[in-house]
Design a protein around this ligand. Structure first.
Ligand code: AMP
Length: 400
């Protein structure tokens, strides 16, 4: 990575303003539902503290849309983080203003302060806000710290104040270890994959993944397409698809993708059979069909032959990236395709990178998380990397 990382800057005796992604689920009793994102930020937090720095941590939680909404307070994170660190963690009930200033000014080396939800201010996301107001908000955040670190990979695709504006007020802005690790795995894998390189793309719609398919077309040997997006391809090729999810306005695009793959010598495989249901529910009647899907039925998973076909491609690969489920895996009758792909990826002797919330939860649910090379902590950010886009939160950091 050509950006400074936290080990490249001097944090001793400094107040480190650090953007983290503590957007954790919170239970009704106010406890943290899943501390994965807190744990993911610990290496950088601990490094700064060990080096004799203090930390001012800032994050968003949920979508309060620029308003103070108590249900989106970051307070629940204080206890969870304190427990993990074995230290007291301070809290400022507003991310800017007098309380934050006073508490930040009083911080001693080895101490940690968490600021309240950044998104209580519309200036954080910047929607409907004048550029000057956003800059003033970013400057108020910047004034709290001496140096800046970004370890919020999950939000790095957003050009928000705490990531892409605050940086202009610091001489040196560095990436934390989580951001560095994510970029190294994903970007490096995409840049110089060992061949054969297989991409597995699923999910509900073509429109959500089209840029990934287009970008990977120039890098991959094989693209496996499953999930709801497959049915637009089928319809475009003249098959009947019953009530399956599809996008009529993307049929030309689907045909173009097939033609491009052919022209570029990329093996693009669509499902050869489908699991169909007569209802979008766990209790639907289920059939396996090849070709046309009758009226009153919809395609909800890849079929057994496709599972074998896709698994064989994955087994022969040296690099795999996977984004999006092969079917409605949340419902047991339609989970077999996604599970088979998860198992094939886990079994393959290859570098495997899983990005995207649903593929990650599928691989975790199958108990295979420790058998893949890298599981991305950021769905949207990893998707944008797969699309070949720059991440504003990364671009804003200081070059090495
Ligand atoms: P995405 O966010 O685009 O990755 O889509 C993930 C969602 O796509 C999951 O909630 C799946 O249940 C859904 N999905 C996958 N296959 C299908 C399908 N054949 N029909 C409807 N929804 C699907």
């Amino acid at each position: 990575m050509n950006k400074k990382i936290v080990t490249d800057i001097d944090v001793k005796g400094k107040k480190v303003l650090m953007r983290v992604d503590f957007n954790v689920p919170v239970n009704e009793d106010g406890s943290v539902g899943d501390d994965t994102r807190i744990v993911a930020a610990l290496p950088t937090i601990q490094y700064v503290l060990e080096q004799g720095g203090s930390l001012i941590l800032m994050s968003h939680l949920g979508r309060p849309k620029g308003q103070v909404k108590p249900e989106y307070t970051l307070k629940p994170v204080v206890g969870a983080l304190a427990e993990k660190l074995g230290l007291d963690v301070g809290f400022a009930g507003d991310c800017v203003g007098d309380e934050a200033k006073e508490k930040a000014a009083a911080l001693q080396p080895g101490q940690v302060l968490l600021l309240e939800n950044l998104r209580f201010y519309p200036e954080e996301e910047g929607k409907g806000v004048e550029a000057e107001a956003q800059e003033a908000f970013a400057k108020a955040l910047a004034d709290l710290g001496d140096v800046y670190v970004n370890d919020a990979f999950g939000t790095a695709h957003r050009a928000h104040a705490s990531m892409a504006v605050v940086t202009k007020y610091f001489e040196s802005c560095a990436a934390g270890f989580l951001l560095e690790k994510e970029i190294n795995y994903l970007a490096k894998t995409l840049e110089s994959p060992e061949k054969p390189f297989v991409a597995i793309i699923g999910g509900a719609k073509i429109s959500g993944k089209i840029d990934v398919v287009v970008n990977l077309m120039d890098k991959c040997d094989t693209i496996l397409i499953g999930g709801g997006m497959a049915y637009t391809f089928f319809k475009a090729q003249g098959q009947t698809i019953g009530g399956s999810i599809h996008e009529d306005d993307k049929m030309d695009l689907a045909l173009q993708i097939l033609a491009d793959a052919k022209a570029k010598g990329v093996k693009l495989l669509l499902p050869v059979d489908n699991v169909i249901g007569d209802d979008f529910s766990e209790s639907a009647n289920v059939q396996i069909v090849k070709g046309d899907i009758p009226d009153g039925w919809e395609g909800l998973d890849i079929g057994p032959e496709t599972r074998e076909l896709f698994s064989a491609e994955i087994a022969g690969s040296k690099t795999v990236v996977w984004n999006g489920p092969m079917g409605c895996f949340e419902m047991a009758p339609f989970a077999a395709g996604t599970n088979a792909v998860a198992q094939a990826v886990a079994d393959a002797d290859c570098v495997s990178v899983i990005g995207g919330g649903d593929s990650v939860s599928a691989i975790k649910k199958a108990g295979l998380a420790d058998q893949v090379t890298h599981i991305s902590t950021g769905g949207g950010a990893s998707l944008e990397l797969m699309e070949g886009k720059e991440l504003p939160g990364l671009t804003a950091l200081t070059d090495k």
